[in-house]
Design a protein around this ligand. Structure first.
Ligand code: ZN
Length: 75
């Protein structure tokens, strides 16, 4: 009974060690340390701020969604 627990503990420890090792060798995921670098555009329809890379463009205007792109600039 106690031996079983010991084996499980060793296995868990080994698993955590391996996880740490693989995590350490991997480069951290690209986060957004500087939000100012991510260029935001303002949706021409609702005024929502969306990253330029995610925006949908139509006739030089950026939109937050397909719906707003379809609706066009707010009158
Ligand atoms: Zn919008």
């Amino acid at each position: 009974m106690l031996g079983r627990i010991l084996i499980i503990m060793v296995l868990v420890g080994l698993g955590l060690w391996l996880l740490k090792k693989t995590m350490g060798s991997r480069k951290p995921p690209p986060t957004n340390p500087n939000p100012e670098q991510a260029k935001l555009i303002v949706c021409a329809h609702c005024g929502a701020r969306v990253p330029a890379t995610d925006a949908l463009w139509k006739e030089g205007q950026g939109y937050c969604s397909m719906t707003h792109r379809h609706l066009g600039p707010k009158a």
